[in-house]
Write a protein that binds this ligand. Sequence first.
Ligand code: ZN
Length: 195
Amino acid sequence: MKIVQYPHPALRHPCKPLSAIDKDVHLHAGRMLELMVEAQGLGLAAPQVALPYQMFVLNFPALKAEAEPKEPPGPECVFINPVILEKKGGTVEGEEGCLSFPGLYQKVRRAKTVVVQAYNLKGEAVEVTASDLASRLWQHEVDHLHGILFIDKMGPIARLASRSALKDFERDFRRAQERGEIPPDDVLKKEFPPL
Ligand SMILES: [Zn+2]
């Protein structure tokens, strides 16, 4: 398992809800937590590791204040079949990045507060109210599960400022395909049909 980068079609492929939480799901969740920590990310969604189902991990320990002890993120940071129930408090603009776009940070407008429902790895429903950075994270990761990326949420200025970085990602992706490190488009399109 590894993190795929834009423009990998897995990032645009809508994810199915999980109907059972089996051993594979536990294994995938554990590996996703490790990858997120290695990459020093705040969140990682299943399509970012080319898994087409609705699950993501959030790095809650990284959100803690400097002085607080930081345990590695555990099973409590895994969320399955999440739904945003409510957005409130207006919107706020803040800087956002994504592990599938390394080095690209731009301002994105998001709801200040969200009420979210998801299942944990034990299959229990959890409801969370998150604000500010945590709210931004939830919205960013839920978007991933529907094939929506933060570049889609940028305003016109951020979009313009990202253009050359996106071209570079696209060029690097083609080169990796030419080297045979990533399968060709026709193979990828069969595996990850777009929306
Ligand atoms: Zn992301």
